[in-house]
Design a protein around this ligand. Structure first.
Ligand code: AMP
Ligand code: MN
Ligand code: MN
Ligand code: MN
Length: 286
């Protein structure tokens, strides 16, 4: 391989909490010079067909993906599935149950915000959800910005939606074993998303990675949108220590909301084994 592929294996469309349609996301990736793109919507595969078609039209290698919400050790962890089969029955049943639980949670969030004096937030959030089957805190955040509760989505999260804030409600997501199982049974590779975002001690992170690997998880995001070079180095070392494949993804949600645009992250360090090391679709492209 002469030069590394320009690859982005984590982003969101309007099928979950991204701002762009799957087609527009692919076109933006193309404009940014991305060669290989995975769409990884939260708990949802509904955007993949449109993205895949758009990618064929503009000669991007497209990878079917998903980002599954998991509760592990009392905290929320995200597991990305890459090269999944979007039509796999078991995967769809699992994701369907997670999506249904999102609607129930949204009703609880709306009640909590009612208690904080903010009325109408369920309807308000749903108005921002292009896919009514996938309602996320991000949709509440956009509504709260519209209401003038805070100047931007980031601030609104801190004031209203994170743990300890008035609009936060506890929620039980999928079990780690189930999420990895759904991804693997559909032919996909399971990857721990943005490990730097979880408030875990070094020891807790090692327990998570050990358990994840024992369940059949294979990868970890070493380079993602908001990482410092130090974090990329730390997670690169953990990838080597646990024998995990390294992934790279922006976690782009939309222009103006995400600091890092599609594909605009540093390369993986040369001593890591990329998650795409044996993907024919990538080898054929570079
Ligand atoms: P949910 O899965 O509904 O709990 O929503 C999680 C999503 O909210 C993440 O994927 C991010 O897109 C967004 N998010 C979470 N925390 C923040 C934050 N502090 N600032 C901005 N967006 C956030
Ligand atoms: Mn999101
Ligand atoms: Mn995530
Ligand atoms: Mn994400």
């Amino acid at each position: 391989m002469n030069c590394p592929p320009r690859i982005d294996l984590h982003c969101h469309s309007s099928a979950s909490d991204g701002l762009l349609s799957p087609r527009d996301l692919v076109l933006r990736a193309r404009a940014n010079g991305v060669d290989v793109l995975a769409l990884t919507d939260h708990d949802e595969v509904a955007g993949l067909a449109e993205a895949s078609q758009a990618a064929r039209e503009c000669a991007i290698v497209f990878v079917d993906g998903v980002e599954v919400s998991v509760t592990w050790g009392g905290i929320t962890i995200h597991v990305v599935g890459l090269r999944i089969d979007p039509s796999h029955v078991g995967l769809n049943q699992g994701l369907g149950a997670v999506r249904a639980s999102r609607l129930a949670r949204a009703r609880r969030i709306a009640r909590a915000l009612d208690g904080a004096g903010i009325a109408g937030s369920l309807e308000g959030a749903l108005a921002y959800a292009a896919n009514p089957n996938l309602i996320s805190r991000t949709h509440f955040a956009r509504f709260l910005v519209e209401k003038g509760c805070a100047p931007d989505v980031r601030t609104v999260f801190q004031r209203y939606l994170v743990s300890g804030a008035p609009g936060h409600v506890p929620h039980q997501w999928a079990a780690l074993a189930d999420a990895v199982g759904w991804i693997r049974s559909s032919g996909g590779t399971a990857v721990i998303a943005h490990p730097g975002r979880y408030k875990l001690t070094g020891e807790q992170m090692r327990v998570l990675l050990g358990e994840f690997r024992d369940l059949g998880g294979e990868g970890i995001e070493v380079v993602t949108g908001n990482y410092s070079p130090q974090q990329a180095a730390d997670f690169g070392r953990l990838a080597l220590e646990f024998g995990l494949l390294a992934s790279r993804g922006s976690d782009f949600h939309g222009p103006g909301e995400s600091r890092v645009d599609l594909g605009k992250m540093p390369a993986l360090a040369a001593d890591l084994k990329p998650v795409w090391h044996d993907w024919e679709c990538v080898a054929a492209h570079v």
